[in-house]
Structures are given as C-alpha cells and as structure tokens.
Design a binder for this molecule. Sequence first.
Ligand SMILES: [Zn+2]
Length: 418
Amino acid sequence: MSILFPAFFFLINCNTNREKNPDKDSANKTDTMKPETKDTGYNLPEDAFKLHFDSEVVDSHNDYLYQVFKRGADFGKKDPFTQSGLQRFREGGITLQFFAIWIPSSEEKRAFSFAKQQAERLKKIEEEYGSEFGIAYSYEDFEKIRAEGKLCGMMGIEDGAAVGGSLENLETLYETGVRYIGLTWNRSNAIGTSAKDESGSSRSGGLTEFGKKVVKRMEEMGMMIDVSHSGEKTFWDVMEITSGPIIASHSNCYALNPHYRNLTDEQIKAIADRNGVIMVNFLDDFIVSGGKETRVKDYYDRYSKDLDLIFEESKGDLITFNKKRYNFILEHPVKGGTTLDDLIEHIDYIRNLVGIDYIGLGSDFDGGITPPIDLYDATCYPLITQRLAEKGYTETDIRKILGLNFLRVLKQVCSKKN
Ligand SMILES: [Zn+2]
C-alpha cells in the first residue's frame, strides 16, 4: 500500500493564498441546506487539477463491492478486471464513494440475506483498511472521516428486492448502514415496476401498496429514495407520496438519448423542485444513442504502458500525473467511441434545464459498464474537472457537480441532527 496518497492529500489540502470569488448561485432557495462552498479563486482552466484534489468528489453509484464479494477483487490492488479499488479512488480524488449492493437474478429469492452479506463484506474491508478507509452512516460521519484524510464509503442498495417484502427487513437494512435504496433494478419487484418493464409492452403498475409503505418508511427513517431504474409510473407515484429530496443515483437525460434508463425533462424538473440531485451515469449506451455499437478500445486498453509510465514518473504527484495524462490523451486522438465530452453534454443539459444545483456523478463503474474512452476507470475523475473548467464552468459550479450538490441532499436526509 502506497503511503504517498495520504501524504499527498495533506499537501493539497494546505493550499493557501486564495482570493474570494463571489458565488453567483448563492441567492437561491436551497441555500440553507448547502454545505458552504469554498470559491477560493483558482485560475481556471489552468488550475483545474488542483481544484479537483481540493474538492469533495462524490460518486453515488459504483458496483465494485460485488466484484470483491463474488469475484475476489482485492480492495488494495488495481485488479485488471475491475475499474475501481482503493488506489484508483485515491488517484481519482474520490472523497465519498457510495457502494451499490446489487442483487443478481440468481440471488433474488434470498435477496435480503445476500444484501446483508455484501454490507458485512464492506465492513470487513473497513477493518482491514481502517487507516485509509471508513464507512459513514450519517453526514456527520462523512465529515469526521474526511477530516481524518480517509476515503469515505457509504452503502446503497440497487434493487428493493433486498427488502424481501418486509418492513422489518427494511429497518434491519437501515441499521446495517444502508442509506439509499434504488427501488427497482431492471426487474420489477414487490415495491414497484422498473423502467425496463414499463418500457416494454405489458407493465405500467407503478408503486405497489407495499412499495408505498416502503417509500414512506424510508423517508421517515432518513434513507434516500433512489429512482434510477424505476419506471415512470413508479417515479410519479413516489413524487405523489413523498415531500423530501429524491435522488437518481446513476441516470442521464432522455432528451439527449431516448433510452428507458434515462430521465425525461419532467422527471429532471421534478427532482430539482424537490431539491434532489441527478447523478450522471458513465455507461456509453446511456450517454449516446447506439453507444454500444460504436465502441472502440479505450485509452487504457490502447496505451496502458504509456499511461503506467506517466504515472510512475509522476511519483505520486497526482496533479503532475493528470496534466501529463491529459496532454497524452490530446496528443493521441482516437476515432470513434463515446467520449467524456459526450457525457458533459448531459451535465450541460441538466444545468440548462434546471440549474447547476442538481447535478452530480454516479459512474456505475464495475457495474459491467463500458465508459467513455477517456474516462476508462475510477482514476479519471480529474479529467472531468479539467473539461468542465475548459467549458467555462466556474469553481463554484465544479465543486457543486463534483460533490456539494449530493452532500446537500445527504445532509438533509441522513443527518444525525434531523
Ligand atoms: Zn444500475
């Protein structure tokens, strides 16, 4: 385990000599619930990587835990068959990673115990890597773990089948540490109908009576309601019976790519009206229509030796590494495939539709996804910051997208003080 990362984090958190810039977005309705933004006058796009490693970077959806649990991935290693792991999170500047607990079809019948086992596996990881990684159960825990310079992890469930048809189980999952539940995965379940099923011919049921009880109880307990994968009818049923913020932990814009997994303008507006957040997904097929048909080898697939060498030569200095990596990518254009710029179009679209306060990142890494070619694994988040800065996003805008928007919701829903 490299000791460079904690040391490096200390260095980059000690930036001084910053000027205060006015926060143009400060006068809106969500102000009271926001963590304070630190607009400290970075010279963008020049200092984009410095800004990145000085920001809270939240990813609300990563399936890596399943890779550890079922496929033997080693949290401390950069396993070649995964896109994540501690080192990649560190190199990506991630400060809060939500680990999705996913239920494959083969485990649906014992989904509750399967979900609990995965949660326990994450706790074992915490025991093993306690000096570098901590699990948060509230917004306050997150702040504490961050203050200690550790990577913070939280648990979400992808598929309400894990509730196993029992409100008692739901409470057990909360006690175990689960802080959001995606009501469905692609399969409809006892809670409601999925986007996949609703987009097919026959089903448009929405929330079941049991599903309504689950959603209401989640809101009471302080568990975030995740509508990614939910069908539209399920989505609007949720909106009818809840009043707090709702999240879409890994979803994009239907207007840019009419895929059943993407959100319509009306859904995006409804989430924003609730002060919730839409976390954009990195799967090429959700980003551009027909994304999977145009796939080409990503940068790491093509240039792993060059990229590894750039990393080694940077000796743990992540800003130098990213500058060199970014230039390398610019100097080696690749034809075809989906790119980071295509992903940023979804960010632009949400900003233009509802404003900057409702956007975040929900990669879906290690959920079997093929991401944009220049966003090949969890080390690549700094490249997003660089491109946003080049497109004219301000420091405040970027900090919000990277993490503060999601943290606002986390603070509102999962605070001990509530
Ligand atoms: Zn998913």
